[in-house]
Design a protein around this ligand. Structure first.
Ligand SMILES: NC(=O)C1=CN([C@@H]2O[C@H](COP(=O)(O)OP(=O)(O)OC[C@H]3O[C@@H](n4cnc5c(N)ncnc54)[C@H](OP(=O)(O)O)[C@@H]3O)[C@@H](O)[C@H]2O)C=CC1
Ligand SMILES: O=C1O[C@H](COP(=O)(O)O)[C@@H](O)[C@H](O)[C@H]1O
Length: 514
């Protein structure tokens, strides 16, 4: 499962108790109190694909000791504990890289899971859930509610949790809720949702998840930027010409057409995932690594983004998108967008941040590409061969490489572009790269909000895109059709060139093989 065949190693677990045994020991020891993880929407796609697998990964590494942890699935579907367990078990059994001992571990993990059926807007089911949790709790009670649900039910679910299911213990206990994107559709709807949740829970109890913040190379950005003398003097408008933040998928909406059509690529990918990456690339150094210090700096970046100009936007829709029966024939929803963001600050004035995301393109990758300016007074005519670039490949595979000029080995004095390559699979053999959800769920258990989106951050992010989104929703801007498996609309490449990006021809980075 997970990171394409990488090793899973046991690491030290959270909390004080050392009573973990790798098994479904039914004895309740409770030295560290109880931790109940409730997955609401347990019958759904996200729960099956991401949340339960992440919990299993944490379990096998010893982070969810069976003496303390209980997992509950909650949804309306009338299914039994065993049926839920079978749904969860399926993907593990089929996993290519499953190892012999895994099946036993999975079975033990599944025994931690109970299912409670109930509605999202009435107390009965939540009272039953509370009873089930209370039955297994002892010592301090820590309750984590993961809302793997459509956002339309967040307000009622939060109300029910608040009325029926809060942690009963003052003794080191807590109640936390994790909410999934999309948090609203524009500034007003997001603020309304935040206000509804904010009436019930403190900001410190609310974990707005953006799974890109859990990716290894996204988490590495602060270290890269602020722990390396190399980058400190270069990371500004004096040296950097343009920065691209790119997300490409080589498949379409695949059964999620109904959801996607309501949101589109800007709300699905750009306003959240890519904007979070932009914040980490562009922010100033925080006073410390405390979550609030980091999030303060991110908010400042978002608030410094200038209004998007229509002429700096290219929208696309792949041909065949509307043949999905859940998508209207006349859909105006973009499945591709290139948008140029400009940051009004001393560091970034004049540097375009080219944000690009698309579905059904010719490749799958996510990366940050920092392109440096040309060498002044170039005696080697390097410009013709390409510029220096620093590329952070978020996936797949995880890598960082610097494209730079060297002398072509041989008798002649000729230049050629080459790279310094830090490919993670090669450099960190045998080391686990955790899945984003795994890491973020662990952060939630530990109470670390650094990698979660704060309310004011969310508002500032929506403010950047709301005017553009309203123009698209109102039909004032429309997507250009593009072929599936292509680079997207040609106009997007033209926009890139107009923004100053210079493509290197005849050079391509090839991920090294082991
Ligand atoms: N799937 C994914 O890959 C990703 C999903 N997300 C977000 O995570 C959340 C959950 O996603 P996903 O699992 O795909 O969603 P699903 O559509 O699978 O819904 C999850 C569960 O919610 C219940 N549900 C569905 N529709 C409604 C409704 N209209 N009213 C009340 N309950 C409903 C169903 O359970 P039951 O009927 O049994 O109660 C369903 O099993 C969403 O906010 C989504 O945007 C975010 C990133 C990726
Ligand atoms: O949030 C979402 O992300 C996925 C892409 O996630 P990744 O971790 O595989 O890069 C995207 O497919 C989906 O449309 C979107 O809702």
């Amino acid at each position: 499962m997970g990171s394409g065949g990488w090793h899973i190693e046991k690491r030290s677990k959270f909390g004080a108790s050392e009573s973990f045994k790798d098994g479904g020991d039914s004895e309740i020891i409770c030295e560290g109190g109880s931790l109940s993880i409730v997955v609401l929407g347990a019958s759904g796609d996200l729960a099956k694909k991401k949340i339960f697998p992440a919990l299993l990964h944490l379990y096998r590494q010893g982070f969810l000791p069976p003496s303390e942890v209980h997992i509950f699935g909650y949804a309306r579907s009338k299914i039994t504990d065993e049926e839920l367990r079978e749904r969860i078990r399926g993907p593990f059994i089929q996993a290519k890289d499953a190892m012999p001992g895994d099946f036993e571990t999975v079975s033990k993990f599944l025994q931690l899971i109970k299912y409670v059926s109930g509605f999202y807007d009435t107390e009965k089911g939540f009272r039953l859930l509370d009873e089930e949790i209370s039955k297994v709790e002892c010592g301090s009670s820590r309750r984590l509610f993961y809302l793997a649900l459509p956002p339309s039910v967040y307000p009622s679910v939060c109300k029910m949790i608040k009325h029926c299911c809060m942690s009963k213990s003052d003794n080191g206990g807590w109640t936390r809720i994790v909410v999934e994107k999309p948090f609203g559709k524009d500034t007003d709807s997001a603020e309304k949702l935040s206000a509804q949740i904010g009436e019930l829970f403190e900001e410190s109890q609310v974990y707005r998840i953006d799974h890109y913040l859990g990716k290894e190379l996204v988490q590495n950005l602060l270290v890269l930027r602020f722990a390396n003398r190399f980058f400190v003097p270069l990371w500004n408008r004096d040296n950097i010409d343009n920065i691209q933040i790119v997300f490409r998928e080589d498949f379409g909406t695949e059964g999620r057409g109904g959801y996607f059509d309501e949101y589109g690529i800007i709300r699905d990918i750009i306003q959240n995932h890519l904007l979070q990456v932009l914040c980490l690339v562009a922010m100033e150094k925080p006073i410390s690594l405390k979550p609030e210090h980091i999030r303060d700096e991110k908010v400042k970046v978002l608030q410094s983004v200038l209004s998007i100009k229509d002429e700096e936007v290219v929208l696309g829709q792949y041909e065949g998108y509307t043949s999905d029966p859940t998508v209207p024939d006349d859909s105006n929803t973009p499945t591709f967008a290139t948008v140029i963001l400009r940051i009004h600050s001393e560091r970034w004035e004049g540097v375009p941040f080219i944000i690009k995301a698309g579905k059904a393109l010719n490749s799958r990758k996510a990366e940050i590409r920092v392109q440096f300016k040309d060498i002044p007074g170039d005696i080697f005519k390097c410009k013709k061969l390409g510029r220096n670039e620093f590329v952070i490949r978020l996936q797949p595979p995880e890598a960082m490489y610097m494209k730079f000029m060297v002398k072509q080995p041989g008798l002649e004095m000729a230049t050629v572009q080459s790279e310094l390559d830090l490919s993670y699979r090669q450099r960190y053999q045998g080391i686990t790269i955790p899945e984003a959800y795994e890491r973020l769920i662990l952060d939630t258990i530990r109470g670390d909000q650094q990698h979660f989106v704060r309310r004011d951050e969310l508002k500032a992010a929506w403010e950047i895109f709301t005017p553009l989104l309203h123009k698209i929703d109102g039909g004032q801007l429309s997507p250009i059709p593009y072929k599936q498996g292509s680079r997207g609309p040609a106009a997007a490449d033209e926009l890139l060139v107009n923004a100053g990006y210079v493509q290197t021809h005849g050079y391509i980075w090839i991920p090294p093989t082991l």
